[in-house]
Design a protein around this ligand. Structure first.
Ligand code: ZN
Ligand code: ZN
Length: 315
């Protein structure tokens, strides 16, 4: 057979007369063997369904499916395009037009979500709003990045913190550990029996996360000097003395609950410098004050204010 006859005799692919699939009416996920595949829209889902439809000829290389989709109604798209590839060195191409039929249902996670399904409660607790905000933002990011079957059915502020009802115990546990690694604090896990299914106890877990009262880089006042939070390691924080030269302080996180946090930090200005003797502009009072720089100092300084006193923080 010559190339022209070969190309005329063989199709690169077989396509079914119509492509059918089940699409979630809420989130556009597409049902696939063993679960649901996530899509941004029903058009994306229809495109994926069509891409999975051809059975390509054995030995075909460089398979390509090119097409355009037209929405005829919410349940039906029309695809027109071409399938092509190379078989035994001969380029094959075939034009096609097929309808893609959508059947809408609710996917597993959407129907669970609608039913208020949850396995675990994540409780974030801290007396400090900024710390709570940072933790809540991390949980939201994890929910957005995570698999579609990881979701929150409840998500809202409660007295002293914020609660989430989450669809997966394992992921709630992993999330509470990730929060501890990033922010410090402690987690208490408890569970209660909520029923039995198929002869097994059904437990609902609660992860109570006690967040620390400070975040890394915070400045707090303690013992008449200002400390900078360098790191939070589980139950303890390590703080560098910022306003004087003192060894690091490693208190328990609970000790920091009473330490005043200094919110506002302003740039200090060096007016004049002779060796370690300095004249600095106090950015709060706009007065020039004398100060002595620490032996190790990189030349930049900030200031915080507590009561009637300005503290200079050396870098
Ligand atoms: Zn021929
Ligand atoms: Zn869905």
């Amino acid at each position: 057979m010559c190339h022209a006859c070969f190309a005329a005799a063989y199709n690169p692919a077989e396509l079914p007369q119509a492509v059918q699939f089940i699409c979630c009416r809420h989130c556009s996920a597409r049902e696939v063997p063993g679960g649901w595949e996530l899509h941004d829209s029903s058009v994306d889902a229809a495109e994926a369904a069509l891409r999975g439809a051809p059975s390509w000829a054995n030995g075909l290389v460089g398979n390509q499916l090119e097409f355009e989709l037209r929405k005829l109604d919410p349940h039906r798209f029309r695809a027109s395009g071409s399938a092509s590839g190379t078989l035994d060195g001969v380029a094959l191409e075939q034009q096609f037009e097929r309808d893609i039929l959508l059947e809408f249902r609710a996917c597993t996670s959407c129907s669970r979500q609608a039913g208020g399904y949850y396995e675990a409660t994540l409780q974030l607790r801290t007396p400090r709003q900024v710390v709570l905000k940072a933790a809540v933002a991390r949980v939201h990011a994890a929910l957005e990045e995570g698999a579609p079957e990881f979701f929150a059915t409840e998500d809202g502020p409660v007295r002293g913190g914020h609660d989430f009802q989450l669809s997966s115990t394992d992921r709630a546990r992993a999330l509470s550990r990730a929060l501890l690694l990033a922010l410090g604090g402690e987690v208490k896990e408890s569970s209660s029996l909520v029923g039995r299914r198929e002869g097994r106890d059904l437990l609902r877990h609660t992860f109570g996360v006690r967040l620390p009262p400070v975040l890394a880089k915070d400045a707090v006042i303690h013992d008449g000097v200002v400390w900078r939070v360098a790191a939070i390691e589980r139950q303890r924080a390590r703080l560098h003395c910022a306003s004087e030269t003192r060894p690091d302080w490693k208190p328990k996180l609970s000790e920091l609950e009473v330490a005043r946090r200094l919110e506002e930090e302003r740039e200090g200005q060096v007016v004049s410098r002779r060796s370690r003797e300095l004249q600095l502009l106090d950015p709060f009072t706009l007065r020039t004050v004398e100060a002595r720089a620490p032996a190790k100092w990189n030349g930049s300084v900030t200031a915080v204010r507590d009561g009637g006193d300005t503290f200079f923080l050396w870098k």
